[in-house]
Design a binder for this molecule. Structure first.
Ligand code: ATP
Ligand code: MG
Length: 564
């Protein structure tokens, strides 16, 4: 990862930290944290936050904690905790022994709540949720004080203790901060600190039946962990005065909160709640469906951690909301895969080709480059024989202008092999579909050049029929048809914009024989087609499944060119 001087100057957080180090604000320390709520799988937006928080710690020889903000027992599960740890590790970051949980601090948070009650700064309220909402007022109207606001400290202590002891049903009472019902900042209108929830927690079990609200936990957790820079997304800017209020009233260590704009990506939903909906309604197969913007989905799709880190670096951090073009993410991926993915030949929609003048039983082993971008990756042998497969797309019985691939009477090159010329296209008498092609080859063009200097306009990939390995290939496309999936009429939701063609399964693909021995997760470039990886869940020896990671067509490179 980059060192100080290589980081884009646009990163305003770096400037703040450099300044703090100069003024010795935090005794020269940089201590950040990544604080997920374990209520879903991480997505590419979280990756931005992870790269930022761990990246800053790396940059300044500081530390970054992994802290689970697990204050809501109803929506949180250990499955999510495990997936989050796996994803952060996979992205290449290490929290060492600093794995923390807000729930580890429940005792301390409770004592702090009691402290606020004793200071006359918190009270037990008997209004129900609807009433509290009604009393809160709006952006244009001030709030109204609860009739329970002026209970005595003794009564508040007693009620809060009994809330904890389980005497009251869910929702019957809450603990609220006593701040200001007229504050222009709604977060300061006596926010709820604790609620009653008779629910088992994934870590504390049934120890508690009252749980702190996120806002009462988050800032104090950062304080307990002596976080120097609490980096969070812009929507927490309005919560900062509340966090500051808690920290001042409690007289505890004060981290510096810095807000940045969250990542929005075109054609992509980025809310855990909506991603959960996609899973629950079986619109996708699971959280790690390769169409999901989750880190586990991207991983299964074939993304590399290097590509995601590169993307995070390039988008930088800013103070204003914007939407990043998904083409940039794909561009970062192609750049990485181009360097290291082995090239192979695979035919996705096979069309049989018979080379009429090729000896019936002859097999030649032709030499092919594993990566023309990196000769160190060496070569391999690919068998060539009389019966081959090419792509159906690479032949037209009646070629339009500018179609330079195979057609009746037309000569093309087979990659690493020979020039072939189409002499006949056999149709299925019933369907009218082309069943097979008959071609002749020029033995003098072995290796792909003709000694007489004859030119051809296209080079096709191919696979020897007798040697081919069968595989299923899954072609993925954006899950949504619109750049903004939420761009719908008022009575519709994002499901209206689902792309019906986001997954296309091709069951009868033909691969060069070397692919019989692939390992789950292995990545390749299928020549002329794109980057593909072996599916980690469904692929088995003998019944291979490949996922298309990304096509070769780089729309981002085109966008950049246009802008130059
Ligand atoms: P979502 O809105 O997707 O449900 P969240 O903010 O509720 O996400 P958390 O688990 O609280 O999810 O997020 C953990 C950290 O990741 C927070 O610090 C949050 O600010 C950050 N984060 C979440 N979404 C994004 C995003 N799109 N871009 C950058 N950072 C994000
Ligand atoms: Mg959140």
């Amino acid at each position: 990862m980059s060192k100080n001087d290589q980081v884009p100057a646009s990163n305003f957080i770096l400037s703040i930290i450099r300044e703090d180090l100069k003024t010795d604000k935090f005794a020269g320390l940089v201590h950040t944290r990544f604080p997920p709520e374990p209520n879903g799988y991480l997505h590419i937006g979280h990756a931005k936050s992870i790269c930022l928080n761990f990246g800053l710690a790396n940059e300044f020889d500081g530390k970054c904690n992994l802290r689970f903000d697990d204050t809501n027992p109803i929506k949180e599960e250990s499955e999510y905790v495990e997936s989050i740890k796996e994803d952060v590790r996979w992205l290449g970051f290490d929290w060492q022994d600093r794995e923390f949980y807000a729930s580890d601090y429940f005792d301390q948070l409770y004592r702090w709540a009691v402290h606020l009650i004793k200071a006359g700064k918190a009270y037990v309220d008997d209004l129900d949720a609807d009433q509290i909402r009604e009393y809160r007022g709006t952006l244009t109207q001030p709030g109204k004080e609860s009739p329970y606001r002026n209970r005595s400290i003794a009564e508040n202590l007693d009620l809060f203790e009994r809330m904890r002891a389980g005497e009251f049903p869910d929702g019957s009472r809450v603990l609220r901060a006593k701040i200001d019902m007229n504050s222009p900042n709604i977060n300061l209108r006596d926010p709820v600190l604790y609620r009653i929830l008779h629910a088992s927690h994934h870590r504390t079990g049934d120890t508690w039946c009252i749980y702190p609200m996120y806002d009462f936990a988050h800032g104090q957790c950062d304080s307990i962990e002596k976080i120097t820079h609490s980096i969070c997304t812009l929507e927490f800017e309005d919560h900062r005065p509340l966090y500051d209020w808690f920290i001042e009233e409690l007289g505890i260590y004060h981290p510096q909160q810095i807000e940045f704009a969250r990542l929005n990506l075109s054609y992509t939903l980025m809310s855990k709640r909506k991603l959960l909906q996609l899973v629950q309604e079986k619109i996708v197969s699971s959280w790690n469906d390769p169409r999901m913007p989750t880190i586990s989905g991207l991983r299964r799709r074939g993304y590399t951690p290097e590509a995601i880190r590169d993307f995070a670096e390039r988008i930088g951090v800013a103070k204003s909301e914007s939407t990043v073009d998904i083409a940039l993410l794909e561009h970062c991926l192609r750049e990485d895969l181009n360097k290291r993915a082995r090239r192979v030949m695979a035919v996705l929609r096979p069309l049989k080709v018979v080379i009429d003048n090729y000896p019936d039983d002859q097999i030649e082993e032709l030499e092919a480059y594993n990566n023309p971008e990196d000769m160190k990756m060496g070569t391999r042998k690919v068998p060539f024989s009389k019966n081959l497969f090419i792509e159906q797309d690479d032949f037209r019985a009646d070629p339009p202008k500018k179609f330079f691939r195979l057609a009746p009477g037309r000569e093309v090159r087979l990659r690493y092999a020979y020039f072939i010329k189409c002499v006949d296209a056999v149709k299925d008498p019933e369907t009218g579909q082309i069943k097979e092609l008959h071609c002749t080859y020029d033995p003098a063009s072995r290796g792909g050049e003709s000694p007489d200097g004859r030119k051809v306009k296209a080079t096709l990939h191919w696979v020897s029929a007798a040697h081919a390995v069968d595989a299923e290939v899954r072609l993925y496309d954006n899950l949504f048809t619109r750049p903004d999936p939420e761009d719908v009429a008022p009575d519709e939701d994002f499901r209206k914009n689902l792309n019906p063609d986001s997954l296309q399964v091709l069951p009868n693909c033909k691969m060069e024989p070397g692919l019989a021995a692939v390992k789950p997760g292995e990545r390749f470039q299928f020549e002329r087609l794109g980057y593909f990886c072996v599916d980690t869940l469904d692929s088995k020896p003998g019944s291979l499944v490949f996922n298309r990671t990304v096509t070769l067509k780089d729309t981002w490179a085109r966008i950049e060119k246009r802008e130059d």
